[in-house]
Design a protein around this ligand. Structure first.
Ligand code: BG6
Ligand code: MG
Length: 216
């Protein structure tokens, strides 16, 4: 029996992945690196600082900036990203999200957040769905990012369940890999053909029935 649901945030509960892309594209352009959507796929689920490292490596500029310059660049990207987030409203939750969370509450199934984003609490507030979550893993406390399973194991601990009793929802390959590495059932969200190894794939949460998932 499944006893809990663990959600990634960006690209699963809200379409914020596009804002990360806009903000990174601008930051990259400022240092003469051009990124496109295909490259951006590699940044999904990856921490802010590691995303910057990947962009610098892609532009062959890894050795051009000091640690403090890189920190400042990541801060600048985040300021732009947070400005874009200011426009979010409860209507920006992705299709099916609110109904799914309500149904989980009705069935007393605890929900948790396993997102690499330090902006997760702010986004959940903007979407007006914070109250549906029992726990949010603090990404600053992780020793390894996705695709390591650590964040999903910690999320299961917050829900007081075994990872094998949870369903994980992800839009990124790194996330699906992390979910599967701790024996969780993985549901891929979004452009499904890109996600390898998911147990099931759907465009969004509106395609899923909680009753059916609980029987898995
Ligand atoms: C993940 C996103 O959820 O969070 C990544 O998929 C992002 O693109 C990461 O880099 C960190 O987010 P933030 O908001 O802390 O910069
Ligand atoms: Mg995501």
């Amino acid at each position: 029996m499944m006893k809990g649901f663990i959600f990634d945030l960006d690209g699963v509960l809200a379409d914020t992945a596009k804002y990360h892309y806009i903000a990174w594209k601008q930051l990259a352009a400022e240092i003469d690196i051009t990124i496109d959507e295909a490259f951006n796929e590699q940044l999904k689920g990856i921490s802010r600082q590691e995303s910057l490292e990947r962009i610098l490596a892609y532009g062959d500029k890894s050795s051009e900036f000091s640690a403090s310059e890189r920190f400042e660049m990541a801060e600048r990207k985040n300021q732009h990203y947070v400005e874009l987030l200011e426009e979010l409203t409860p209507e920006d939750a992705l299709p099916g999200v609110r109904d799914f969370l309500k149904a989980a509450r009705k069935h007393n199934i605890p929900c948790g957040i396993a997102s690499a984003s330090k902006n997760a609490p702010f986004i959940l507030d903007k979407l007006a769905i914070s109250d549906y979550f029992v726990g949010i893993v603090d990404p600053a406390a992780l020793t390894k990012g996705k695709p390591d399973p650590e964040i999903f194991i910690k999320a299961a601990q917050l829900l007081a369940i075994d990872p094998k009793e949870a369903i994980g929802f992800e839009d990124a390959q790194a996330g699906i890999d992390g979910i599967k590495a701790c024996g969780m059932y993985a549901i891929g969200i979004g452009e499904v053909e890109q996600l390898r190894g998911a147990d099931r794939s759907v465009a969004d949460l509106s395609e899923l029935s909680i009753e059916e998932l609980l029987r898995l």
